[in-house]
Design a protein around this ligand. Sequence first.
Ligand code: ATP
Length: 969
Amino acid sequence: MNSANNGRNVGVGHRHGGGTVKAFIQKVQSHQPSLKESLNGEIQAFLTDEDQLHTYDDLTKVNPVTPTTVLQCLQARYSVKVFYTHAGCTLVALNPFQPIPDLYTLDVMKEYHSAPQPQEFKPHIFIVAEEAYRNVKGQLEPVNQSLVVSGESGAGKTWTSRCLMKYYATVAASSSVMKSQDTVERIERRVLDSNPIMEAFGNACTLRNNNSSRFGKYIQLQLDRGQLLVGASVQTYLLEKTRVACQPANERNFHIFYQMMKGATVEQRREWKMNHGQRFAWLPHSEKTLEEDCFHETVRAMVHLGINADRQRQIFRVLAGILQLGNLSFSSAVDETQPCNLEEPTKDFLQKAAELLRVPPVELQMCLRVRTLKAGKQSVLKPCSQAECSMRRDCLAKVIYAQLFEWLVMFINNSICADESTWCNFIGVLDVYGFECFYTNNLEQLCINYANEKLQQHFVAHYLRAQQEEYVTEGLQWSFIKYQDNQSCLDLIEGSPISVFSLLNEESRLNRTSDARTLRLRLEKELHDNSNISWDKFSKEPHFTVSHYAGKVNYQLQGMVEKNKDPVPPELIKLLQKSEDPLLRQVFTDKETESPNSKGLNKVTVVSKFKNSLESLMKILHTTTPHYTRCIKPNPDCKPLTFKKEEVIMQLEACGIVETIHISAAGFPIRILYKNFLQRYGLISRHINSKFRFHHVDAEVDGNVILQQEVEKLLRAALQHKVFDPLHKLESEKHNSWVHCGRTKVFLTQLMLDLLENQRKKIMSRCAFSIQCCWWRYQCRKRRARQRSTILIQAAVRSWLVRKQVKRWNRAATVIQRAWRKRRALLKSLADAELDDAEDLAEEEEQMLDPVAMEKGSVQLSKSTKPVTVRGWPLGLALASAPSVTVSMTARGFQKIMYVMACLNLSSRRGEYKVETNQYTQELASIRAQPRGSIKLHCKRSPLLYADRQPDLKSYVTGFNEILLEKSL
Ligand SMILES: Nc1ncnc2c1ncn2[C@@H]1O[C@H](COP(=O)(O)OP(=O)(O)OP(=O)(O)O)[C@@H](O)[C@H]1O
């Protein structure tokens, strides 16, 4: 908020508290920055559920109501194509900048109209309309209603006003069909048809809006006893008539001129002396095509309103005359005594203009170039300078257009206004310019911003009333006893005896050549006491700065007095009064001709006229029930569904939403339902006061009374244990200013919320610390127990493994022993048997031995007797004799065993080995003879890993190999 607001004196009070509360309020305000800080993060999440922001139908439900949260909520809604949101007693309407299907249809109107509780429906402009309509029906004082639609240019005011009018034209007529269908339909139609006419004449394409209303309007829809629409009346404010003769860069003139240019028939063109392709100086950007350029619609509306063909022709002729005037240009005079001449190429335009305006061309030329000065009863003619001539030309065009517009409004009023006896109530729709702050601002902006200040004051008063009503509903004993709003700013602008307006009027009325610098000095001298005005001492341009509720605006003083005078040379009025055109004659007949020399404090100036009309408007507003609709333009480029935060926040400030937020902050900006409050802060009472026990209460079961008691106890506990620092120390009675318990909600100031949050935070950290300690203790215990268990398990497993191993060894040893013993016994017996047999045989054979062979010393069996085949050798023998060289010396381990087994002629079970021996197959001569030759052992490589390893008890041969080995052994 700007310094205007900072400087504003906010005085609110407690009904029982007295003046000390002021300090508290200042405290609240001084806490505003900390409010934002403290509301970040978790508390923000508690107060506002961001994911649910778009579901908030009312901005006052956003908790806390700060510009940021309000903005977030609006953005969230806009992104899901929800364009209307309540803001307490105000409706915020975001412009979608694209037609939204099914949003304004007849069915929707009927739905809202027939709903028992339209407020329960989604926010819509039709809710506002219906509420106002029901107020009239209910005849609750004040019965008459005012719908104030505000917002900046392009925000959607005209659109909204049209919607409202269509709504009433539909619902206020629907039940009256039986009565007098023709009449009613006609009046509705006429009321609606007034829009295209006024828009054609009063709207223009500007940089900010293609269909910008260049005037303010207040339309009263008149309702009869049965609340049926029987008529309407229009009051207009501050038409921007300068646009006729001077269009800002890249902007256009009023729509009607372009409509004529584009929609005229050949005949009309001839009549209007408007050749095809003719260029008019006052019609820039005529190549641009807008949907507003619909001449036929304007003509149709004129017909419906009763503007007959003749009148239409007159109107368009006059407008064509104005366009011709625009093409006139003057050359500078040779000497000052001579009037300026018209530039040659433009002489034709003067002729055409005179013909169209039905005035003598010579007189027209004279009026434009020569000034008549009154000196007593004598008149003196004074040639005008080139600039003066142009100014007079422009002035003529402006006065004609302004009068024509006024006449049209009057005609419309005559056409749609019901007889006073037929209507008893009205619903007024006010569509005014929004707050304006441009790079250069002059009298127009001063008037517009003054009107906005007036409306803001009215709004604030109304808003405070609404706030107070909520407090009353909630049973709060608290009131805004005094809220000094923007009165000081209004005093600065319009106050008496000294104000900006009064000084401007004085300058204008005294008719002295006013100099902008002198005026600035005068303003400074007279108004330096008012904190709402300031000056930039170093600025070259004479200006003054006003701190409006919506921001600071610099107003240039150059040309302001002249604009305020808005002088119309009397010669021009007289000329027009003499016109043969019935319309012009009629329009100017009653117009007073003021002499520029005339003095007088009652001389009508722009600001005096505007102030008067605004005052009568305010009087009407004060006697009606107001309904505010704030239109917001979400982006400056009029792009569909584009939301620019900076743009919107500025408008929220300008339309006073932020101001109302500040007002709320002066009261109890935070409102929390009891149940939610206890859920969040219940721990305070549990921890601060151990005697106090918070019992969870179900709101549905026990109701708000019990909840309230719980909350009160909790608050008492919180406040008792608050350690105040000396600066913030407040007595207990002042805590009433911090918090109030309503019927369903707790109302909190920011200070109280901070206090509660701090306490909650402290308790939460204590709790967190305790939880951490417990957790660590528990973790340590658990770790230790786990270690013990691990050791135990490890020991048990190890012993089990050892036992298992030992058992296996024992078993294996037993098997081996048994097998070994068995085999040894077998072999022994075999060997013994063989030895016995052999000895017997030897003895027999010895006798039969060949002496030759004996000599040779070789064992040779007799040819007649079959040699004995030794199938196996006793193991001892085998080991000791036959393969002694190879087996005992070279073979080891498994290999050795295999040799042994081969010697023993034990068959290979799986063909792991094959023995090739030159002795075995030979027939032995004698068992005692040493086996000759060598034994070749061919081992097949086993596919089994370690199959060639001797079973080694130290090594871990397991599984199948183990079994194999065991068996082999
Ligand atoms: N509810 C809406 N739905 C769709 N389009 C809209 C709506 N409201 C406004 N618009 C669009 O925005 C444009 C500007 O709106 P409008 O002319 O009503 O603005 P304004 O506030 O009256 O501006 P000004 O003060 O310049 O007259 C309209 O021409 C229309 O296209």
